[in-house]
Design a protein around this ligand. Structure first.
Ligand code: PPS
Length: 317
């Protein structure tokens, strides 16, 4: 874990105090995820649910304007790199969270304790998306490989710039959230430390706890669940329209969703090289990469992680 004052994240520093005191509105809606768990996917779905499935209305708007990334926005004043990134992400000059109309959609990878107080104190709606950690590990691996390819790492973190190709190098780092893994999951938070507090709150009226694997299994049912949670009456046909538009194949060709992304720009990850944000989108992809020994080790550690919890994850469909 990092010290409690700042979090050094992928390219920017966050003041915990600034986040804690961020002025949350009672009708704000937070999308919370451990990285690589379906954030990009949900950032496409949520604005559409909120606008009744009007795809044209969001086509030209950067996704980080529709669902701003809290950590990024709160770093803008302190970090010139972020200001440059904002331009690349097509975010208008002077864009600020307090200019957004209510209800705002906001996304964050922060763990529960680091969020603004009112989020913890169950005063706003939270949509939490969880994904099985084996696929998260693989997705993180491909993401970091892409980041390394960009050369960004070499300029920002020379000590971690050693390129790697092999998952076996990343595997122990993911389990411990050390080294390169910490660059992605920036405060050193392990998967279970992020997930379990929200699993415990899954029955709270302000929390919708969704599994990535259920979204893969039946996206339409999840869209309906989200609409109900957000008190939105979707017009006829909207569920189909949103689900089609947000299907993996459709999002793979959705340039705005791919390009208006902080990491694509800041980290220099190029969508044309195959975006790690919409990469393969499957459940159980880890089976193609994990060795038998890695799987056994993961299972052992995973059991420790979730000890005492009744959380059940789906590792394959
Ligand atoms: S990040 O960096 O934290 O914002 O990444 P995140 O968006 O949370 O996760 C990226 C993974 O989500 C997959 N994805 C999808 N899966 C299914 N359907 C759709 N439409 C979809 N869009 C994104 C994406 O492919 C990444 O998973 P992997 O396993 O790497 O393919």
């Amino acid at each position: 874990m990092v010290d409690a004052e700042t979090i050094a994240n992928a390219g920017f520093k966050l003041s915990i105090a600034k986040i804690k005191h961020f002025e949350v509105r009672p009708d704000d809606i937070f999308l919370l995820t451990f990285p690589k768990s379906g954030t990009t996917w949900m950032k496409e779905i949520l604005p559409l649910v909120m606008n009744g499935g009007d795809i044209d209305a969001i086509t030209g708007t950067p996704r980080d304007v529709l669902v701003p990334y809290l950590e990024l926005q709160l770093s803008v004043d302190d970090d010139p790199v972020i200001r440059v990134a904002q331009k690349q992400m097509l975010i208008p000059d002077g864009f600020a969270l307090d200019q957004l109309q209510s209800p705002r959609l906001l996304s964050s990878h922060l763990r529960s304790e680091f969020l603004p107080r009112v989020v913890e104190e169950k005063m706003v709606k939270v949509i939490y998306v969880v994904r099985n950690p084996k696929d998260v590990a693989i997705s993180s691996h491909y993401f970091l490989k892409a980041v390394h390819l960009s050369g960004f790492v070499a300029s920002k973190w020379p000590s971690q710039a050693k390129a790697y190709q092999d998952f076996s190098e990343f595997f122990p780092e993911f389990l411990e959230m050390k080294g390169r893994a910490q660059m992605l999951h920036y405060d050193g938070t392990k998967w279970h430390e992020h997930v379990l507090p929200w699993w415990e709150r899954r029955h709270h009226r302000n929390v919708l706890f969704l599994k990535y694997e259920d979204m893969i299994r039946d996206l339409k049912a999840c869209v309906r669940q989200i609409a109900k949670f957000l008190n939105v009456r979707l017009p006829d046909g909207a569920v189909d329209k949103i689900s089609d538009h947000c299907s993996f194949q459709s999002m793979k060709n959705n340039q705005m969703a791919l390009k208006s992304n902080y990491c694509t720009n800041i980290l220099g990850v190029k969508a044309e090289e195959g975006s790690p944000f919409v990469r393969v989108g499957v459940v159980g992809g880890w089976k193609n990469t994990f060795t038998v020994a890695q799987n056994e080790m993961f299972d052992e550690i995973y059991q420790e992680w979730i000890k005492g919890s009744d959380l059940e994850m789906t590792f394959e469909l």
